[in-house]
Ligand binder design. Structure first.
Ligand code: ITT
Length: 183
């Protein structure tokens, strides 16, 4: 099987290729689907996956990943607006905003949506951690300020990150479902 991953984010593709290594080829599809304005990662990802599947006019299924960083003390901000906040405020300044808070707990959530001619299926993964001053050269996005078990996600290899991450857990749920459905 080949997985057609609709994303412009090279970091996500790298993680998918590592996760599915030996199981499936991962093909990156660059399609600028409409990111609807919504508080729900599910709604955004389902809309994006449906729109892309229809636009490509092919029978081949696609997957879309919508991810957010939810900071407890900031009422879940930036959540579904994480990409916009990374582009405007930046990771370092989000850390400076959050560090004023006593509670530094945060969570990453990924919603992965698979779309084919029969419809969509949705998978989810999340990981809880603590916000810290940026450390590490790996990963992407908010990884340098998110610590899990004394390591930031940017200090982990792709394999280590996949083993505990929001996206790794969503990949695992998808892989299990796909194996059952393919049979
Ligand atoms: P696509 O929509 O094209 O897939 P994107 O980077 O816009 O790419 P998201 O909207 O899902 O994807 O990402 C929301 C933000 O969260 C964005 O700023 C990412 O850099 C960041 N992000 C996503 N996954 C992450 C991860 O595993 N670790 C750290 N930051 C992540």
């Amino acid at each position: 099987m080949a997985i057609r991953f609709v994303t412009g984010n090279e970091g996500k593709v790298r993680e998918a290729r590592e996760y599915f290594d030996g199981l499936a080829a991962v093909e990156q599809i660059q399609h600028d689907y409409t990111e609807i304005q919504s508080d729900s990662l599910e709604e955004i990802a389902i809309h994006g996956a449906r729109e892309t599947f229809a636009a490509l006019e092919s029978d081949e299924p696609v997957i879309v990943d919508d991810t957010g960083l939810f900071v407890d003390a900031l009422g879940g901000f930036p959540g579904p607006y994480s990409a916009y906040v990374e582009d405007t405020v930046g990771v370092e300044r989000l850390w400076r905003l959050a560090r004023e808070e006593e509670n530094l707990r945060a969570r990453f959530r990924t919603v992965l949506v698979y779309a084919d001619a029969d419809g969509t299926a949705t998978f989810e993964g999340s990981v809880a951690g603590t916000l810290v001053a940026p450390r590490g050269e790996g990963g992407f996005g908010y990884d340098p300020i998110f610590e899990y078990n004394d390591q930031t996600l940017a200090e982990m290899s792709t394999e280590e990150k996949n083993a505990i991450s929001h996206r790794g857990r969503a990949f695992a749920a998808f892989a299990e479902w796909y194996a059952d459905n393919e049979a």
